[in-house]
Design a protein around this ligand. Structure first.
Ligand code: NAX
Length: 327
C-alpha cells in the first residue's frame, strides 16, 4: 500500500475545516488508496484548541481506514513539519470597524509567519492552497516569505468561483454541469473576478452561441457569480463553508491527480501570461498532469475581457501595494 502523506490544514476548528477534514480523511482529495496524516493548526486560544479536540474526536469516531495519524498544533513550525500538502484556511476575518488596511496587515502577519514556517520545515515539494481571504494576496505573502520553496507551489483558491460559474451556465443552458468544458475564471477571488465562458463548450457546441446574450453575461451572470458569497451570507447567515471546502478538495485533487486534459481554474503566480506581471497570484485556466499545473496560453482576449482582466488585476496590485512594506 502507498506511503502516507502529510496534510496540514489551518483554521481546522472553523466552519470550512469542519466541512473539509472528513472528506480529506475519507480519501476524496488524494484518492481512495492514499493514507493521510492530518496536521491540524489552530490559534493557541483555549477555546479554539478545545474545539479542535472535539473535531478530532469526531474524526476518530469515523474510523476512516485511510486516516493513519492526526496531530493538533498551535505553532506553524510544528504543524507544517514535513507536510506534502498545506491547506491554509484560517485567516483573520474582518471585524466590526476594521479598515481594509488593518485586515490586510493582520493577514499579512499570519501568512508571513506561515510562509516562513513552510520554508523551514515543509517538504520541498509541498503543494500549498490558500483559502483564507484575501486569498490571492495571502498566497502571495506566503510565497514571498518562503524563498527556498518553488514559487509555483503556492496557489490560491479560485475554484469556488469556477464552480459557481459552472452551475450558473448549467442553469442557463439547461445542460448538466459535467457537460461543460473549457470554462475559466480570471483574476482575484473577489467580486472583480472575471468568469469567462467564451471558450466553453457543451457536447462540442459553443456555450457563447447557445447563450448568445452579452447583456445577460455582463449584467446577470458576472454579478451573480461575483456576489455569490454575499448572497450565501444573506440567505444562510453564515459564509459559504461546504461549497468552499468542496472547491478546496477539487483544487487539490486535480492538482495532485490530474484533470485528464480538462480545464480548471487555479490562482497561480503569473509567469507573465496574458500580460499579468510576474508573481501576481491570478486565476488562470489550467490543466494538471503528473502533479503539475499548466496554464492554457494563447487564448484571444477581446476588449470586454481585457477591461475585466485589467480591473481585477488593478485590485490585486492595490492589495499588493497595501502589504509591500510588511514583506
Ligand atoms: P471560521 O471563522 O469559521 O474559521 C476560521 C478558523 O481559523 C477559526 O477557527 C480561527 O480560530 C482559525 N484561525 C485564525 N487565524 C489562524 C491562524 N493564524 N492559524 C491557524 N488558525 C487560524 O471561518 P471559515 O468560514 O472557515 O472561513 C475561513 C476563511 O476562508 C476565511 O478567511 C474566509 O474569508 C475564507 N473563504 C475563502 C473562500 C475562497 O473561495 N477563497 C470562500 C469561502 C470563505 O469565505
Amino acid at each position: 500500500s502507498k506511503k502516507p502523506v502529510r496534510v496540514a490544514v489551518t483554521g481546522a476548528a472553523g466552519q470550512i475545516g469542519y466541512a473539509l477534514l472528513f472528506r480529506i480523511a475519507s480519501g476524496e482529495m488524494l484518492g481512495k488508496d492514499q493514507p493521510v496524516i492530518l496536521q491540524l493548526l489552530e490559534i493557541p486560544d483555549e477555546k479554539a484548541q478545545k474545539a479542535l479536540t472535539g473535531v478530532m474526536m469526531e474524526l476518530q469516531d469515523c474510523a476512516f481506514p485511510l486516516l493513519v495519524g492526526m496531530e493538533a498544533h498551535s505553532d506553524p513550525m510544528t504543524a507544517f513539519k514535513d507536510v506534502d500538502y498545506a491547506l491554509l484556511v484560517g485567516a483573520r476575518p474582518r471585524g466590526p470597524g476594521m479598515e481594509r488596511a488593518d485586515l490586510l496587515a493582520a493577514n499579512a502577519q499570519i501568512f508571513t509567519a506561515q510562509g516562513k514556517a513552510l520554508d523551514k520545515v515543509a517538504s520541498r515539494n509541498v503543494k500549498v492552497l490558500v483559502v483564507g481571504n484575501p486569498a490571492n494576496t495571502n498566497a502571495y505573502i506566503a510565497m514571498k516569505s518562503a524563498p527556498s520553496l518553488p514559487a509555483k507551489n503556492f496557489t490560491a483558491m479560485l475554484r469556488l468561483d469556477h464552480n459557481r460559474a459552472l452551475s450558473q451556465v448549467a442553469a442557463k443552458t439547461g445542460k448538466p454541469v459535467a457537460a461543460i468544458k473549457k470554462l475559466t475564471v480570471w483574476g482575484n477571488h473577489s467580486p472583480t473576478m472575471y468568469a469567462d465562458y467564451r471558450f466553453a463548450t457543451i457536447d462540442g457546441q459553443d456555450v457563447k452561441d447557445m447563450i448568445n446574450d452579452q447583456e445577460w453575461n455582463a449584467n446577470v451572470f458576472l454579478p451573480t457569480v461575483g456576489k455569490r458569497g454575499a448572497a450565501i451570507i444573506d440567505a444562510r447567515g453564515l459564509s459559504s463553508a461546504a461549497s468552499a471546502a468542496n472547491a478546496a478538495i477539487d483544487h487539490m485533487r486535480d492538482w495532485a491527480l490530474g484533470t485528464n486534459g480538462e480545464w480548471v481554474t487555479m490562482g497561480v503566480p503569473s509567469q507573465g501570461w496574458y500580460g499579468i506581471p510576474q508573481d501576481v497570484i491570478f486565476g488562470f485556466p489550467v490543466t494538471c498532469e503528473n502533479g503539475e499545473y499548466k496554464v492554457i496560453e494563447g487564448l484571444p482576449i477581446d476588449a470586454f475581457s481585457q477591461e475585466r482582466i485589467n480591473k481585477t488585476l488593478e485590485e490585486l496590485e492595490g492589495e499588493k501595494d497595501g502589504v509591500k512594506h510588511l514583506l
